[in-house]
Design a binder for this molecule. Structure first.
Ligand code: FA5
Ligand code: MG
Length: 469
């Protein structure tokens, strides 16, 4: 992870972000396009009539035993985002090509798991936390540098895991509901493949039993959630076939065993979340060594895009009434209060059964007319020799994406590598990217696109040391 732009950085003054001052260093890489989005705080999943609000409400009322928590500022220490969760120093997620840094010790959270340790140490056992998260990434219809995650967790004392205890009763209730539903769950994941049982759990029969029951509880909870979110719509569209869910082994530094959940929806497998049995060290870090349980983290945009048929992730940021008005009638649907829902749950009626709260309306987004796209290609040679300060030698695609984002903001729809080759004599490497400019709400003028593209090209030369062909 060679630090870039070191000269420029050295001349930089401290950053002012949300009224706070942060010293900058060789890791600072926050572009103005992101800075301007930090104030006022983006709170899309709390905006009335917004599809992410609909989705958050539906999940919160389904998992009604959990306390819903609104996340604090997205500016977190790297210790919270990575260190306390056990990310090794050389984990690729820590690279400044993937993460936005204010400086070496402060970043924008890349996932809601960043708050696990704090929320547990505040004494919450069952909770849901929704937040904006930030990642440097590619540009296309499903990737945006800001998206929203919801973290869910359930940690309990060992007594809750005793035979006939709370967790076992909840499992039986949820599993009975799943058995009656038209859902097919593929789960042949080998625990060993998923990271295995933790040594701290394996060495104590009571803990191992609790870890096994916690995994069962996690699976029943998430299968039930998938049924709640996708079940009605899938049934409406594919009446004869059951909804299919599959469990896959995964790796996260703070859970073991770890899994990813995929849903087969409109013919495609869609990864919706990562989850697992929380590592003992995370709970010890939170000063809750007496607890054991699970956590998951899901992507709200990804689910909303398929559930509501939203074709482009930029639409979530649209202020166009033609977008928001389509979700307002569903938002006004009366929701059963939390208190009522939990009373019914205690009486043995699952919220997922539909008897507790009104079935959410099935909203399907009707796309309004798309404005014409405008493609521009940029072909260039990668830097041939390391630059004098040695920091421009490696080309990272995300750096190119970032410059395009910074210049074109939401007027860029898609950026893709369309050609690359190595010159047979000079051995120099060439790449060609196609940038697709398109506005969601108006016609782009030719001059405007040319000006943006020129700016992009100029910055690619200056900042990445490339040479236009
Ligand atoms: C995580 O972020 C883990 N923190 C999840 C977790 C939580 C694991 C708790 C264990 C326990 P991952 O990077 O796979 O994992 O992201 C989780 C989900 O966020 C994905 O399944 C997906 O739904 C969503 N997501 C990830 N990247 C993007 C993206 N670029 N755009 C939209 N959604 C995304
Ligand atoms: Mg993943």
């Amino acid at each position: 992870t060679a630090p870039r732009r070191s000269l420029e950085q050295a001349q930089r003054r401290p950053l002012q972000v949300l009224g706070q001052e942060y010293p900058s260093d060789d890791y600072s890489n926050l572009p103005s396009s992101i800075l301007s989005r930090l104030a006022p705080r983006p709170v899309l999943p709390y905006t009335p009539s917004h599809p992410l609000t609909l989705l958050r409400n539906q999940i919160e009322s389904h998992l009604s035993r959990s306390t819903a928590i609104r996340a604090p500022s997205p500016i977190v220490s790297t210790e919270l985002n990575f260190g306390k969760l056990g990310f090794p120093e050389d984990h690729p997620g820590r690279s400044p090509t993937d993460t936005y840094y204010l400086n070496r010790t402060t970043c924008l959270r890349t996932h809601t798991s960043a708050h696990e340790v704090d929320v547990f140490s505040e004494g919450h056992d069952r909770w849901l936390l929704t937040a904006d998260v930030y990642r440097r990434d590619e540009i296309d219809a499903t990737h945006y540098p800001i998206f929203h995650q919801m973290e869910g967790a359930c940690v309990l004392g060992l007594d809750a895991y005793e035979p006939g205890g709370q967790v076992e009763r909840e499992c039986e209730e949820m599993e009975a509901h799943l058995e009656r539903a038209a859902i097919e769950i593929e789960d042949d994941v080998d625990v060993q493949e998923a990271g295995g049982w933790q040594a701290e759990h394996e060495s104590d029969p009571a803990k191992l039993n609790a870890a096994k029951l916690s995994m069962r509880h996690l699976k029943a909870t998430l299968n039930g959630l998938v049924l709640e979110l996708f079940g009605a719509r899938h049934a409406a569209e594919a009446a004869s076939s059951p909804l299919r869910v599959r469990w896959i082994s995964a790796t996260f530094p703070f859970t073991s065993p770890s899994f990813e959940v995929e849903v087969l929806f409109r013919g495609k497998w869609l990864e919706i979340l990562g989850c697992g049995v929380i590592k003992d060290r995370t709970l010890i870090e939170a000063k809750r060594p007496d607890r054991l349980g699970w956590a998951f983290g899901l992507g709200l945009e990804r689910i909303a895009m398929v559930l509501y048929s939203i074709p482009d992730i930029r639409l979530f940021w649209s202020k166009d009434p033609r977008f928001l008005s389509q979700f307002s009638s569903a938002a006004e649907e009366p929701q059963t209060s939390k208190a009522e829902a939990s009373v019914a749950l205690e009486a043995g009626v699952s919220a997922a059964g539909g008897s507790v709260h009104a079935k959410p309306k099935l909203v399907t987004f009707r796309p309004y007319s798309k404005f014409p796209p405008c493609y521009k290609d940029v072909s260039f040679w990668l830097p041939s020799a390391p630059a004098p300060e040695g920091d421009k030698a490696t080309f990272h695609e995300n750096d190119l994406m970032e410059i395009v984002r910074d210049v074109a903001s939401d007027l860029v729809e898609d950026v893709g590598l369309i050609d690359e080759f190595v010159h047979p004599k000079t051995n120099r490497k060439s790449k060609c990217y196609r940038i697709n400019y398109r506005s969601m709400d108006r016609n782009l003028e030719n001059d405007e696109v040319n000006a943006m593209h020129e700016k992009v090209t100029k910055r690619l030369i200056e900042e990445l040391g490339i040479e236009i062909r």
